[in-house]
Design a protein around this ligand. Sequence first.
Ligand SMILES: [Zn+2]
Length: 326
Amino acid sequence: MLKAGIASAVALATLPVTLRGTNAAALSKPVVAESSFARIVEVGDGVFAVVSTPLDSAGNFATPQTLCNGGLVVGDERILSVDGYYQPEGAAWVNEQAKKLFGRPVSDVICTHLHLDHTGGLAGFQDGATGPEIYMTARTWAMMVDQYSSGTAVDGTSFLAPPARLVGPTRVIDDESQSHTLDLGGRSVTILPLGGHTPSDLAILVDDLPITFGGDLAWWGLFPNYVDAVPSKLAGSVETLMSGGSRLMVTGHGGLVSTDDMAPYAELIASIDSAALQARERGWSPEKAGEVYKMPASTADWGFFNPRYPERAVAAWYREWGMATP
Ligand SMILES: [Zn+2]
């Protein structure tokens, strides 16, 4: 969700945040590991959700080591980590838990999209000369290089510091027109290319259990981030994830939720689409649209990582429509 670090988000995250569903859905499953920044929850036989708890009670990003939700899928031969987390410390913690719980480290990491809260920690999986295969789409890697390979000036030097210790893919997915299978030994996952949260998103479906890792196409209890969104694709991708029977959705942020119960999230996205259309008709700026935007009743108690997210969502539509935004 973050473009270049969390500083601006921290500064703006002043609203109290309720993570509706996080505790109810996550804590009804066995917690197998816990830290100040995340807990690992067993959501199926050999399938684990990493549920991040980055915010303190005042809504500040007090513990952003993992920041996004992800997970582990344990096969007979390989262990998949869904996403690379925000900081190497977060990824290293997840890797340590894999070694403790299963006797072996993560062997494969699939990055659902470019944002640093899902890729900034990748270096933490490396152990000396040994590290996992890292999968991402060619477009995701290109966007990471585009957005993150420069940086800010380091005081007193002539150098620029990128916003993270960037790590690139060892396996590139260059065909997003079809799904891909990753065999973990005795079980496999389907990698489903979609789009909407960014131009290039991946969802990961466990093939032998009704569990989906939605990346940031799926949020629960928190208003989604549209900073790089392609909003014309988002609703359709969410519909795809909600179809195909009842599955547990490990969201990119917020709580875990059954796909049967995700209608409020789809309503929230539809409400943004309507708000953007109305704003265009009335000649409003995204800022004005964000000010007057009202959450649907079904998500009225959802929180915000950043109170300007509704404005950014309308701005994403304006970008797609080729309308200049301030
Ligand atoms: Zn994210």
